[in-house]
Write a protein that binds this ligand. Structure first.
Ligand code: LCS
Length: 398
């Protein structure tokens, strides 16, 4: 079992302490890796009591594991949720959410710009189970209501969106969902709970790819679902345990380790990102820049109101469109050309041909994922080195 920390502690302090056990075996300050698939019962009666739920205690790692539980409790505390469920990947968190909260003939409203595979699941996989979806620009609240149907059970948003950095008003979307008897789920991957806590703003469920900022070192995959109430927890736990997309204890331990520096990494990366966004805004080879911290972002005021910081993701357009983007990506020397995000190292990618290539061009462009758009996940390197690298690479564009 995990140590209960006072909820009044700051998020920076919680990120460091939340994952520790309240009954350490040898006084260890790092949670041990309970690398076991099963747990011995002290008696036949105790085994039966654990299965019936009359007695607490672990049974089998797919159903629960102390290291994984420590990570779940940490995320629940950081998001101010009541409980959390760790999953094998971020996509496992998202699909478990859909398969738990939607049934045959249910309808879902989602943002029209999402991480590519999430959109593919919604548009191509859920219909196989008889679930329908309408995708709208949720950054415009007035677009949500007309998309709702009597059988709409869920509104699903990313804010900021991957990769266009559009922002949806969480409080406003939650109010619309609840007026219609639906739930609001938010993918909080781009912010982490250090910068944004959707449950505090009315959302019912939060999902994460822990692969990104929470782990922070581009070396492990993981996902998490955080809920507001016990009833939701039970529905999700049942589907996750039965369908089996659960997390491994070693994976959980690596993520707990990464999380202890989340505040430090987030502060440094977002400071770098804002300075780079300002630098890129003035660069002659750059046509536009989208970062929530820039006053030119159309929802800069909303970002200030619902986020505790502007984050470290940004996207921008380059001169010469796709060709200009190719030159930039091939010419960077320090920044790594790779998908994923949220690690200590800066990563650059081209969504239209990489992360979002599976979405048909017309839809992609309607959502603002243009050929000229380059996405940058800003890391924790020295700012002047990042600026110099981008400058030399951009200047190669004729
Ligand atoms: N949600 C968001 C917002 C994401 O960006 C990603 C992955 C996922 C969910 C899925 O998480 P995973 O299963 O990979 O842990 N985003 C990626 C990206 O933008 N490039 O590569 C992966």
């Amino acid at each position: 079992m995990k140590r209960k920390l006072p909820p009044t502690l700051s998020k920076a302090t919680q990120a460091i302490h939340a994952g520790q056990l309240d009954r350490p075996v040898y006084g260890e300050v790092s949670v041990p890796i309970f690398q076991t698939s099963t747990f011995a019962f002290p008696s036949a009666e105790a085994g039966a009591a654990r299965f019936s739920g009359e007695e607490p205690g672990y049974i089998y790692t797919r159903m629960g594991n102390p290291t994984v539980h420590a990570l779940e409790e940490s995320l629940a505390a950081l998001e101010n949720g009541s409980a959390a469920l760790a999953t094998a990947t971020g996509m496992a968190a998202i699909t478990t959410l859909f398969l738990s909260l939607l049934s045959h003939q249910d309808h879902l409203v989602a943002s029209d710009c999402l991480y590519g595979p999430t959109e593919v699941v919604i548009e191509s996989e859920l219909p196989r189970f008889g679930m329908a979806a309408t995708l709208v620009d949720t950054s415009n609240l007035s677009a949500i209501e007309p998309a709702l149907r009597p059988n709409t059970r869920l509104i699903y948003i990313e804010t900021p969106t991957n990769p266009t950095m559009k922002i949806t008003d969480i409080r406003g979307a939650a109010a619309i969902a609840h007026r219609h008897g639906a739930l609001l789920a938010v993918d909080n991957t781009f912010c982490s709970p250090y910068l944004q806590r959707p449950l505090e703003q009315g959302a019912d469920v939060v999902v994460h790819s822990l692969t990104k900022y929470l782990n922070g070192h581009s070396d492990v995959l993981g996902g998490m679902i955080v809920v507001k109430n016990e009833e939701l927890y039970r529905r999700l736990k049942r589907v996750l345990t039965l369908f089996g997309a659960t997390m491994d204890p070693h994976q959980a331990w690596l993520i707990l380790r990464g999380m202890r520096t989340l505040p430090l990494r987030m502060e440094k990366a977002q400071e770098n990102a804002l300075k780079l966004a300002e630098f890129l805004s003035r660069h002659p080879k750059v046509t536009w820049v989208r970062h929530p911290g820039l006053p030119t972002h159309p929802q800069h005021d909303l970002a200030k109101a619902q986020m505790d910081g502007f984050g470290a993701m940004l996207c921008f357009g380059v001169q010469k469109g796709l060709e200009g983007g190719r030159i930039l990506l091939n010419q960077v020397r320090l920044i790594t050309m790779a998908v994923s995000l949220g690690g200590v190292e800066s990563l650059i990618e081209h969504p239209a041909s990489m992360t979002h290539a599976a979405i048909p061009r017309e839809k992609r462009e309607r959502a603002g994922i243009l050929d000229e758009l380059v996405r940058l996940s800003v890391g924790c390197e020295d700012f002047s080195d990042l600026r110099a690298d981008l400058d030399q690479a951009l200047n190669k564009i004729p």
